[in-house]
Write a protein that binds this ligand. Structure first.
Ligand code: FES
Length: 322
């Protein structure tokens, strides 16, 4: 992130929204309006412990006096969500990026189906606000393990679009549970589907959609970062820089980005978890071993680009457009 796109904000309010979920209202330090954003946007938050995490904005995109983010305390946190919950307090100052949007609404949709799983509600709620404001046709499905884990439930129920939202609780009776297969059984022209939530939930919903034949251009999704776990099968391989012909070895316990950095070659990164697309790099030859959640299955199959913050190689060498 360059310094000009960096924002200095203060935590105006920290609120417990549900079991394990807190919201943080971020306001500008000098009281000037914050840069505008569109539904589906996120900001990079630079945490006091030196790591950076992406959080979706979940307030009305018409607001310029604040950004609202929701953070789930992740039991497997590597320091991101735990630091937000335990170390960041009201009044604290934070550095954030300007909003970025990798999950925009398709404005020509005749109808939108918004599907949130757990903390995935954050961008989805922002989308619902925007669609409701513009008078667009939409429905929202919000799945959580139980009612007490459904953040922003009161806000949704008090909103003008409450009647378009269905809550689905895992611990509730079967009749209220979301049947993704049934919901997405028919591909409907002009209908766009948006999904955000934990990986297993996303795989389930997108799997049902794809098996019903929903084309990629009508499916929109955003994964939350999850650590890409090292695997037993991770092996040493080489990358070659097409511009100079230089060959760099990637050790078993190193990412491509780390190996390149150690050799003095910087690749811009943000999430380092294969979700944001910042490090996207063109592959000229060789076969990547895709471990990201950013590229579509079709894009991964094409093998002409990969995310070197997490993906590796199936071939002994990858020639990169660097
Ligand atoms: S840095 Fe986000 S996908 Fe690589």
């Amino acid at each position: 992130m360059n310094a000009s796109s960096e924002l200095h904000v203060r935590v105006g309010k920290k609120t417990d929204e549900a079991v394990g979920i807190a919201s943080f209202e971020l306001v500008s330090e000098d009281g000037r309006p914050l840069p505008s954003f569109s539904a589906g946007s996120h900001v990079d938050v630079h945490l006091p412990n030196g790591i950076t995490r992406q959080y979706s904005l979940c307030n009305d995109p018409g607001e310029s006096h604040r950004y609202l983010i929701g953070v789930l305390r992740d039991a497997a946190s590597r320091g991101g969500s735990a630091a937000m919950h335990d170390e960041v307090k009201e009044g604290d100052r934070l550095r954030i990026s300007a909003p970025k949007n990798h999950f925009p609404l398709a404005h020509d949709a005749g109808h939108s189906i918004l599907i949130a799983g757990g903390i995935g509600v954050t961008p989805i709620l922002c989308m619902a606000e925007r669609l409701a404001l513009s008078g667009a046709s939409f429905e929202m499905h919000y799945c959580t393990r139980s009612a007490d884990r459904a953040a922003f439930r009161g806000r949704i129920q008090a909103s003008g679009f409450a009647s378009r939202v269905q809550f689905h609780f895992d611990d509730g009776d079967d009749a209220q549970k979301m049947d993704a297969g049934e919901l997405l059984a028919q591909v409907r022209p002009g209908v766009h589907v948006y999904v955000c939530g934990p990986t297993g939930f996303m795989d389930w919903v997108l799997g049902k959609a794809r098996s019903s034949g929903w084309p990629a251009e009508q499916l929109h999704y955003e994964f939350f970062g999850a650590e890409v776990a090292p695997s037993e099968d991770d092996d040493v391989f080489e990358v070659k820089l097409a511009s100079s012909g230089r060959v760099i070895t990637v050790a078993k316990d190193q990412t491509v980005v780390q190996a390149l950095a150690a050799a003095g070659v910087e690749v811009a990164t943000s999430c380092e978890q294969g979700v944001c697309g910042t490090c996207l790099t063109r592959v000229i030859s060789g076969e990547p071993d895709h471990k990201d959640m950013y590229l579509t299955p079709e894009e991964q199959e094409a093998n002409d680009q990969f995310l070197p913050c997490c993906s590796r190689a199936k071939s002994a060498m990858l020639v990169l457009d660097l």
